[in-house]
Design a protein around this ligand. Sequence first.
Ligand SMILES: NC(=O)c1ccc[n+]([C@@H]2O[C@H](COP(=O)([O-])OP(=O)(O)OC[C@H]3O[C@@H](n4cnc5c(N)ncnc54)[C@H](O)[C@@H]3O)[C@@H](O)[C@H]2O)c1
Length: 366
Amino acid sequence: MDIRSTTLRITNESTYTIQLVHNELEKVSEYFLEPIVSERALVIVDEQVHLYHRDWIESSLAKTFRYLSSYIVPSGEKSKNLSQFGSLLHWILEQPIERNTPVIVIGGGVVGDLGGFVAASTLRGLPLFHIPTTLLAMVDSSIGGKTGINHSTGKNVIGSFYQPVGVFADTHFLSTLDKKEWTNGLSEILKYACIQDQGIFTSLKALFDHNLDYEPSKWVDVIHRSAQIKTEIVAEDALEKGRREYLNFGHTFGHAIENIADYGTFSHGEVVFAGMYAAILASNEFLNAQLDPNIILQYAPRYDFSLASLRSVIPDLIQQMRRDKKVQQSHIRLVLLQSIEAPFAYTVQEEDRLTDIWKQTIDMFS
Ligand SMILES: NC(=O)c1ccc[n+]([C@@H]2O[C@H](COP(=O)([O-])OP(=O)(O)OC[C@H]3O[C@@H](n4cnc5c(N)ncnc54)[C@H](O)[C@@H]3O)[C@@H](O)[C@H]2O)c1
């Protein structure tokens, strides 16, 4: 299969290429050889990925690097913390590194955000490469340069923008991914379909109609299109001052659920999915958009969660939306749709109307 390649040009800063292949990790050497002249590479790898794909990764990277040093990061969001960050810094600084020693981060968004921040922080920045291994990381977190860790005061509150030298995604990694992790990525893909390309809905339908739901090689086109959309939006707005805001479609509602519910009750994909439904209702309410909620609801059978426990905390959810980073001059700001493919950032003046949107959303997913 041909390598799909998309170039991300960050104005005046850097340009990098995102490569997408299926079962051709050995090509990573060819790809990495060009910009890097180093005998050694530092590999930061997710525990599960290491478990399933260790030999494949090592033999592929050994074609380029004589010495590989690996650090295995325990799976899960809990690893995105100061203590893991500190351990990684100590580990890197004890290696015989030079300024051009590449850091290759292999895993989902957790390892990508953590490892990216470590690369950004060591010797004022080591060359960073992402090898994303979850659907979400392939279409979202490995692209755009956001790195960071969590703190007791909030998620992703310590971090920086640090662009990688390259991103190399091999869909074969998805063959070992849990079904639940597929839906996390699906939510972001549905977001791209809503804000920029409804053709993605057609591609997804073709996959699902043919029972190719978990067939990695068949997802290459959908992943490529999604990564392209994220790339285009980020390239226009690398530091999140304008259009990048559209990537928050569904997320302001979703973050409110994530913050109010007990930690771990819902996955990110679930709350974003429910959040997109709420954002569609809000688009109809505030913008008179006349959207059919079925564009999102038709995918509901793929998700398995209940929002029933949130019925009594709607005021808290709205309060939480006010605390969202996207609040402007104390008003809640939502990314809505004027129509499909036409996102619009809306400042909410009539917050009481959100109560009914929350009620309808909770009823729908109870
Ligand atoms: N930087 C950004 O722009 C950005 C964007 C979106 C999300 N994020 C961050 O991404 C994180 C979520 O990322 P995620 O959904 O990839 O979660 P994750 O990194 O926790 O991976 C999910 C699970 O899948 C396992 N895994 C990873 N690859 C696998 C594979 N190929 N086979 C089997 N198991 C595998 C992991 O061990 C983990 O248990 C969050 O911390 C979020 O804040 C960052």
